[in-house]
Write a protein that binds this ligand. Structure first.
Ligand SMILES: Cc1cc2nc3c(=O)[nH]c(=O)nc-3n(C[C@H](O)[C@H](O)[C@H](O)COP(=O)(O)OP(=O)(O)OC[C@H]3O[C@@H](n4cnc5c(N)ncnc54)[C@H](O)[C@@H]3O)c2cc1C
Length: 589
């Protein structure tokens, strides 16, 4: 018998989105459990560097209309315009709220929040003048934000279950409503069912499906795996953002804030090549544009170093004062991982996988939606998703820098609000758990525990990452994609035969890694199958055989289902909430 713990609400994930949602619920005195694989302030949000977007206009003119336009354009017109309007209109509110919670933002002389420019954020609907929209705490914005949210949650009596790994959703077979999750306590190896009236998935991204990634090792797409195993689709998974400036050889991120402060990229001839690719925004063009430009420079022989396989990020001209005050973490990373001190020398950089635009389909109130009958967006009762694991979709085919921390706050808050609303609207007791709750999960664990031989988890994982890196990169080629899909099918069947030598229960990280592999396989399969099927180039998807965006045939969201490895599509929400639609046009910077 698996023990049962009852809460009003369960939040899986203690990153920015999970903690913002939990805070909303706990402040309303609901009984909230937050499950997390790591200590809350070690969640990946802690690594966010550059800033949070909000049109505060502290250092120059700005407003939410311009922010909305930039976000729609940045998404290459795949973003849902109702959700984008919602996010941009609530940006000031959530950032000021965070400031009042004690977030230690950098300050201007006037005492207002310091703001810097970031890629793709412009004034006056895409003019050459950059907006100063990124609210920053030096280059440690995520660190400051996560600690602020954690402290507020502690104050509001949120209950944290640290080093608990959620494994699967529990659904009511009657109507598919989600009634909780089954989770593994890593310390003891025991299972428990967390039963709730509302369950929020906030498990972050899955950048670890690629070989070279800025993401933490815990970013294994667990929420995506849980949703897909429960029969729900994953949306727009083909769109993975490559950040232009990962440290060459290490993948550690150098924030776009460096270019926001005035740094720029050089090829082996010392040429500031972005002037050719994006005459207006130059180094602050949107990330997909800069990553492709860098890859082209390297491919055409203008890369730096003995193997001509990277470019250089120059910032010494900013001077030691700016570097030490505004970018101290970057200097440390460059010294430790790039072996250069940016006060004197440029940093060697390459595009590195960074952010997942797709995820679990959700509306802007955090409710998970999936096709049912004739409708494409029926609400899944009891299930919510926020943060990088969700696809709301505000980022469409390409996310603008600093819009993710904003999305965590806006949709973390709105999903908390919606969960409360739903509970108050239907003030019923907890639904009964299905009789076989947790059986499928137990069977997964039993297979692992009884297997005496099979595939090594590390081997399957390495092959998965190498396959994704080689077959689904910055530029995508038809043959590579097709071969990649076949390889992933093989990897998927190998993952069913994994085996762990260590069968002990107490803090068995081998078991945790084997369970994470199931989620990585789901995420990688969804990504490459969706990418192979989309016959156009848009945002982060750049195909050699279909180099142009094709709005007639492909202005639609992809939905991938684990069962049958099949695809479906649904329309983009082109109608905003209160303003006119931003009609698609050619995207130049
Ligand atoms: C290096 C770096 C720098 C960045 N800088 C910026 C920036 O400056 N501005 C910006 O807007 N965006 C930035 N981003 C993107 C942004 O930081 C992330 O998208 C965002 O922090 C993700 O937050 P999250 O709440 O969705 O998830 P995370 O912060 O990743 O948290 C996920 C949580 O889920 C938990 N979890 C996962 N699986 C399970 C499970 N099975 N059971 C229990 N718990 C689980 C984890 O323990 C963790 O608590 C950056 C990203 C990177 C990688």
């Amino acid at each position: 018998m698996i023990p049962i713990r009852k809460f009003d609400a369960i939040v899986v994930g203690a990153g920015g989105s999970g903690m913002r949602a939990a805070l909303e619920l706990a402040r309303a005195e609901l009984k909230v459990a937050v499950l997390t694989k790591v200590f809350p302030t070690r969640s990946h949000t802690v690594a966010a560097q550059g800033g949070i977007a909000a049109p505060l206009a502290n250092s120059g003119e700005d407003n939410w209309h311009w922010h909305m336009y930039d976000t729609v354009k940045g998404s290459d017109y795949l973003g849902d315009q109702d959700a984008i309007e919602y996010m941009c209109r609530r940006a000031i509110e959530v950032v000021v709220e965070l400031e009042h919670m004690g977030m230690p933002f950098d300050r201007l002389e006037s005492g207002k929040i310091y703001q810097r420019p970031f890629g793709g954020h412009t004034q006056n609907y895409g003019s050459a003048k950059m907006a100063m929209r990124a609210c920053a705490a030096a280059d440690r914005t995520g660190h400051a934000m996560l600690h602020t949210l954690y402290q507020q949650n502690v104050r509001s009596n949120t209950q944290f279950f640290v080093e608990w790994m959620a494994l699967d959703l529990v659904r009511d077979p009657q109507d598919g409503a989600v009634v909780g999750v089954i989770a593994l306590e890593m310390e003891t190896g025991e299972l428990a069912i967390f039963q709730a009236k509302g369950t929020l998935l906030a498990t972050g991204g899955a950048g670890r499906i690629f070989f070279s990634s800025t993401n933490a090792f815990i970013n294994t797409g667990d929420g995506l795996g849980m949703a897909a195993r429960a029969g729900l689709p994953l949306e727009d998974m083909e769109f993975y953002q490559f950040h232009p400036t990962g440290v060459y050889g290490a993948g550690v991120l150098i924030t776009e804030g460096v270019r926001g402060e005035g740094g720029y990229l050089l090829n082996k001839n010392g040429e500031r090549f972005m002037e050719r690719y994006a005459p207006n925004a130059k180094d602050l063009a949107s990330r997909d544009v800069v990553s492709r430009a860098m890859t082209t420079e390297i491919k055409e022989g203008r890369g730096c170093g003995p193997d001509a396989d990277h470019v250089l990020l120059k910032l010494d001209h900013l001077g030691p004062e700016v570097i030490n005050q505004r970018l101290p973490g970057i200097r440390e990373i460059a010294i430790k991982f790039g072996n250069v001190d940016p006060i004197r020398d440029p940093i060697p950089v390459v595009p590195t996988v960074h952010y997942q635009m797709g995820g679990i389909p959700a509306n802007y109130m955090g409710q998970v939606v999936a096709p049912e009958g004739a409708g494409k967006e029926a609400i899944v009762p009891g299930l919510y998703a926020a943060g990088e694991c969700s696809c709301v979709s505000v980022h469409g085919a390409n996310r603008l820098g600093t819009n993710s921390l904003l999305d965590l706050l806006v949709f973390g808050k709105s999903s908390g609000e919606q969960m409360m609303k739903d509970m108050r609207l239907h003030p019923a007791p907890h639904r009964a758990l299905p009789k076989d709750a947790g059986e499928a999960t137990r069977a997964r664990l039993a297979r692992l525990d009884s297997a005496a031989s099979g595939e090594r988890v590390a081997d399957v994982l390495n092959d998965l990452r190498r396959t994704m890196q080689a077959h689904c990169g910055v530029f995508r080629f038809p043959d590579d994609l097709m071969k990649g899909v076949e390889k992933m099918k093989e990897i998927s069947s190998r993952s069913q035969r994994t085996f762990i030598q260590d069968k002990s229960k107490i803090f068995n990280t081998a078991r945790v890694e084997a369970l994470e592999l199931d989620n990585l396989v789901v995420t990688a399969m969804a990504t490459i199958v969706s990418a192979e099927a989309r016959k156009e180039s848009r945002g982060a998807q750049a195909r050699s055989d279909f180099p142009d965006r094709d709005d007639k045939n492909w202005m639609k969201h992809t939905l991938w289902y684990k069962e049958g490895n099949r695809l479906d599509y649904k329309p983009v929400h082109l109608r905003p909430l209160s303003v006119e639609t931003f009609e698609p046009k050619v995207r130049t910077y």
